[in-house]
Design a protein around this ligand. Structure first.
Ligand code: FAD
Length: 452
């Protein structure tokens, strides 16, 4: 791609979003400086040998494709075709993600994906990477950012524009909050009373997977749940989503005896695959989960927030990274439209995007409830069966989950609107009748009429 401008772009935070953004901007020919507070993860051992994985779906893949990375990333993914629901009695039920062939989500290593992006970023002459460089604050009007380097000294970095991709605890966002009256900066944070902790199912004999590798496993238990996603080495990353207090609370499960008794009672078929349960549980921290919304995302046409820095969401739709990658795609398209006019680019981008990321934030909270205690609910199970039949039969029907996950061209806000309307209607139908007694064609026509 021909170089169109000499503008220097400073990107703060070399996580998933920042590194993909740096790659795209370097591909456009800008001078890009990417700063990261941590050491280069490619030179470090993964903490405790743990691998953490994420569900990557079509919105994320579309953004990776625009940087020419989709095929390479897919090679390191494991397809997951549906949710494998584990009952307390060991019963298994597969609830597919889509009635259409070829629609599935992918388990990918967070570290592996970030390292692929960093390798790509390093291949550009017009992109510099600086690790152990922690941003303290940004002077927004002038586009000057201040960093503490590995020697503990303060460095001043100047750029034409500064983009904060420094995650949920963003220092760039803090600098915007410090200017609340000038920017009319709105901010909200909403923590769940549920936290998370990661455990591990090790590989079976010969590096095989001990449970079905092509599914996202869920142990739904009402007020709490546990999930597991497969890794390429035969292991699974297991994540407990539990409250802090009460019988299932992280604070209550505070001894090896209590923990094991709890797993024997609630997760017996999982316990047999967790030889290092006690060690993992007591060595790994409890993470917090919350939603952060803010507006504006830009200041003075000089600074912008992207990814979790602008919109942290709870992980129950598997869309946080996907939405952050989609930010990069939409931003890139906006740069293409208004090249050179940063103020316009920032304003058009934030106004197009904020309603959509607010929508996926709300949908993710809804899905928390659905995954914990609706997957065993009769009208809900019927609704999923009906949705599968509708998707198998009608090419243009997409369930709410599919609208969000498999229709990357559709903005999240639209997916939410259509999806919620469909859900209300289908749940009503399914509360009254068995699936065999429902006319598929009639339901399909009614759904079409509702959308005008
Ligand atoms: P981050 O990944 O947080 O990266 C921010 C980067 O900035 C980091 O490298 C950090 O070190 C750096 N940084 C921070 N502060 C500074 C500073 N002051 N100076 C310089 N650098 C700084 N999403 C999905 O799509 N699918 C999933 O299945 C999924 N599962 C999840 C499960 C859990 C338990 C959680 C908590 C999240 C999950 N997510 C998932 C969400 C996903 O992890 C985030 O949305 C994604 O990581 C956001 O990327 P980011 O680059 O914006 O932020």
């Amino acid at each position: 791609m021909a170089k169109t401008t000499n503008d220097r772009i400073l990107i703060i935070g070399a996580g998933l979003c920042g590194t993909l953004l740096a790659v795209r901007m370097a591909q456009r020919g800008y001078e890009v400086a990417l700063h990261e507070r941590l050491s280069d993860m490619r030179t470090m051992e993964v903490a405790g040998g743990r691998s953490i994985n994420l569900a990557l779906s079509d919105r994320g893949l579309q953004a990776l494709a625009s940087a020419g990375l989709k095929e390479q990333v897919l090679e390191a993914c494991i397809p997951m075709h549906g949710r494998m629901i584990h009952g307390v009695d060991g019963d298994l039920r597969l609830s597919k993600y889509s009635g259409r062939e070829g629609e599935y989500i992918n388990s990918v290593s967070r570290g592996g994906l970030n390292m692929t992006l960093l390798d790509k970023a390093e291949s550009f002459d017009n992109l510099t990477l600086t690790f152990q460089s922690k941003c303290s604050h940004v002077e927004l009007e002038s586009g000057v950012a201040f960093f503490q380097n590995k020697a503990g000294e303060t460095e001043r970095v100047e750029a034409d524009v500064v983009i904060g991709t420094d995650g949920a605890g963003s220092a760039v966002r803090r600098s915007m909050m410090d200017r609340t009256p000038d920017l009319l900066f709105n901010y909200s944070q909403d923590f769940l009373r549920t936290g998370y902790k990661e455990l591990c199912i090790p590989p079976g004999d010969g590096g095989t997977h001990r449970i079905d590798k092509n599914a996202l496993h869920i142990w739904p238990r009402g007020a709490f749940m546990t999930i597991a996603l497969p890794n390429l080495d035969g292991s699974f990353t297991v994540t407990m989503f539990h409250p802090f207090e009460g019988e299932a609370g992280f604070n209550t499960l505070n001894s090896s005896d209590r923990l094991n008794a709890f797993f024997e009672q609630h997760y017996p078929d999982l316990l047999v695959h967790l030889p290092t349960l006690t060690e993992d549980y007591f060595n790994h921290p409890v993470g917090v989960l919350g939603t952060i919304k803010c507006y504006p995302w830009q200041a003075f046409g000089k600074a912008l927030l992207l990814g979790d820095a602008a919109h942290a969401i709870v992980p129950f739709y598997g869309q946080g990274m996907n939405a952050s990658f989609e930010d990069v795609r939409v931003f890139d398209e906006t740069v293409e439209r208004f090249e050179g006019d940063w103020e316009k680019i920032f304003k058009v981008f934030q106004d197009e995007r904020v309603g959509n990321t607010n929508a996926i934030a709300d949908l993710a909270v809804d899905n928390f409830q659905e995954m914990r205690d609706k997957v065993d609910d009769i009208p809900f199970i019927r609704k999923r069966q009906l949705e599968m039949q509708l998707e198998r039969t009608y090419k243009d029907y997409y369930s709410k989950y599919s609208l969000v996950t498999f229709k990357p061209g559709l903005p999240y806000a639209e997916a939410m609107k259509i999806g919620r309307m469909q859900d209300d209607f289908l749940l009503k139908v399914c509360a009254e009748r068995e699936v065999e007694d429902i006319s598929l064609e009639k339901v399909y026509q009614e759904l079409k009429n509702m959308q005008g």
